[in-house]
Design a protein around this ligand. Structure first.
Ligand code: HEM
Length: 256
């Protein structure tokens, strides 16, 4: 029992725990009121905003630009869904028609260029955060949320790349996904693959991503659903946490 308590204290007093949970359990009415005030009301309506939080020369507005581009991608992507059909029969001709025939075909170009711009903006934002030392306490938790957002942004680009179903996208995604074979433990050619019995070409991390052994119609459908539903939903969730935490950490600026 004493050991368990010691372990619990060790966890609760560790830097990782404290970076996620700032205050202890609100076990009195006063603490409860303060928790609601701090996390909800003052979060939505802060009594003051730090000058550095809105200064372009400090933030470069790259976080805001990344979010704006995410919204552009959401709106243009939704419009593209009216035309595009994720089957090997129609995917490529639908993309061609979007370029040549469909009204608002420009949406496809906006979606593509917006995706490139978003990747660049997210990298620049991360560079700015690094250069201003904003990864240090108390923002280390938000830095980690940011790393997940970076991975999700790259996954959005990766899954979207296959959708035109042309030679470039098929082979680029084949090369990228082949790395899945070499995933530690989960890939059948990766280090430690022997830890999971029965891994092979049609049953490992790469096959899970592809929806089977080789790239095919199932891969196209899988990437389409990941691209249009799963990854954007998960990214929105992490963005909400990211934005909430920026305010809880006292807006962008040197550590207080
Ligand atoms: C989809 C991607 C992302 C979006 C939409 C986003 C959005 C934002 C916004 C709007 C801000 C506040 C204004 C600003 O500092 O520009 C911010 C701050 C911050 N972001 Fe991101 N971000 C993203 C990715 C990342 C990444 C990849 C990292 C780092 C790995 C990161 C770490 C941080 C940190 C630590 C802050 C607080 C900065 C400070 O207080 O000075 N974010 N983010």
């Amino acid at each position: 029992m004493a050991n368990l308590r010691k372990l619990q204290e060790g966890i609760v007093n560790s830097q990782i725990w404290k970076s996620i949970f700032r205050v202890g359990i609100p076990n009195t009415n006063r603490k409860r009121v303060l928790a609601v005030l701090g996390s909800l009301i003052l979060h939505l309506h802060p009594v003051k905003v730090r000058r550095s939080g809105v200064r372009m020369s400090y933030t470069w507005c790259m976080g805001g630009t990344s979010f704006f581009l995410f919204l552009v991608e959401t709106v243009t992507g939704l419009l593209l869904m009216f035309y595009y059909r994720p089957t090997i029969e129609y995917a490529y001709p639908d993309i061609m028609d979007l370029r040549e025939q469909a009204p608002f075909g420009i949406m496809r170009e906006m979606h593509r260029w917006g995706a490139h711009a978003m990747v660049i903006a997210v990298w620049l934002h991360m560079f700015r955060v690094f250069m201003t030392g904003s990864y240090k306490p108390p923002r280390e938790f938000n830095w980690n949320v940011g790393v997940i957002l970076l991975v999700l942004t790259l996954l959005l680009s990766f899954t979207g790349y296959l959708l035109p179903w042309d030679q470039l996208s098929i082979w680029a995604v084949t090369v990228g996904s082949n790395m899945g074979r070499a995933t530690p433990v989960l890939g059948h050619e990766g280090p430690g693959h022997e830890l999971i019995p029965g891994l092979n070409n049609v049953y490992d991390a790469r096959a899970f991503l592809f929806g089977g052994g080789e790239i095919g119609p199932h891969t196209l459908l899988r990437f389409y659903i990941l691209h249009c539903i799963f990854i954007p939903l998960i990214a929105s969730l992490f963005m909400a946490v990211h934005f909430w935490r920026i305010r809880r950490d006292g807006f962008s600026g040197p550590a207080l």
